[in-house]
Write a protein of this length. Structure first.
Length: 260
């Protein structure tokens, strides 16, 4: 791929919006990542201005570079459907077409965990694994990506399965460990319940554990006793941006073929 059509991955989070061009041969950033604070009133329009600044910042990104953008919510057909940790004005906003018009690039908007899963599949812990892989991101919430034989089934939202009669996320996310100052053992007991429920629902071949806390996987993964192989993610916080770049490039090439 020529340098000027490198895809750009952008991760929209509650505190920062981060982006970098993605080298699809190496599975790494092609330039140093740029981070800009998320605007206080983070409406789609305000976030679009920050995204435009990030696009302008990178020399590698011009012409037909596709752009992949991750959002912490459900995204169907380019429209955001849920907004747990972002401004409610995102719900039902046609963000993909809005950004395509604003930026003049092909844009793909994708759930954050789905992007991270695609990053780990292409270049990280899930690379070369066949069958059903589930990526779980343990952060403020619990995000999941379901990838079967290399094909993403988007918006799985399995962080919200039932545990003790209610939503698993506010019982087992990493933010809960931090806020309640749980020991690794106490948190692992909750994860044990969560991953047991998860594997009994979907019988995956592999579970990959991502999110910032995956750097400390040695402290809690060995405490889990489940049937499915469970391993830490490898790309750490680059997974989302890299996966968004992978998805943007895939979608872009499908669109270009259709036009021909
Ligand atoms: C949302 C998911 C998101 C996850 C991680 C959850 O609360 O429902 O869509 O992937 O948080 O940000």
């Amino acid at each position: 791929m020529s340098k000027k059509s490198l895809p750009l991955g952008i991760d929209v989070g509650g505190s920062g919006i981060k982006g970098a061009p993605v080298d699809l041969d190496k599975g790494e950033f092609a330039a140093e990542r740029l981070r800009i604070e998320t605007p206080e009133k983070a409406t789609p329009e305000a976030v679009a201005e920050v995204i435009a600044q990030i696009v302008d910042h990178f020399d590698d990104v011009r012409g037909d570079s596709p752009i992949g953008i991750t959002i912490p919510g459900v995204v169907t057909h380019g429209t955001v459907r849920t907004a747990a940790n972002i401004d409610k004005s995102w719900i039902d906003f046609p963000i993909e077409s809005f950004l395509e018009e604003r930026l003049g690039h092909d844009v793909v908007v994708v759930n954050d965990a789905d992007a991270a899963g695609m990053g780990e599949l292409a270049f990280g812990a899930a690379k070369g694994h066949e069958g059903l892989v589930v990526m779980t991101t343990l952060g403020t919430g619990i995000g999941t990506a379901l990838i079967n034989e290399g094909v993403l089934v988007p918006n799985s939202e399995l962080g919200h399965i039932e545990m003790n009669g209610s939503d698993a996320e506010p019982q087992a996310a990493n933010s809960v460990r931090e806020n309640e100052e749980l020991s690794w053992e106490d948190w692992a007991a909750r994860l044990q319940q969560y991953y047991t429920a998860l594997e009994n629902l979907i019988w995956p071949d592999l579970i990959v554990v991502g999110g910032g806390v995956s750097k400390k996987a040695k402290k809690f993964l060995p405490l889990l006793d489940i049937r499915t192989p469970i391993i830490p993610a490898e790309l750490e916080n680059a997974a989302g941006i890299i996966g968004a770049g992978v998805l943007a490039a895939q979608t872009h090439s499908k669109k270009s073929k259709k036009k021909k």
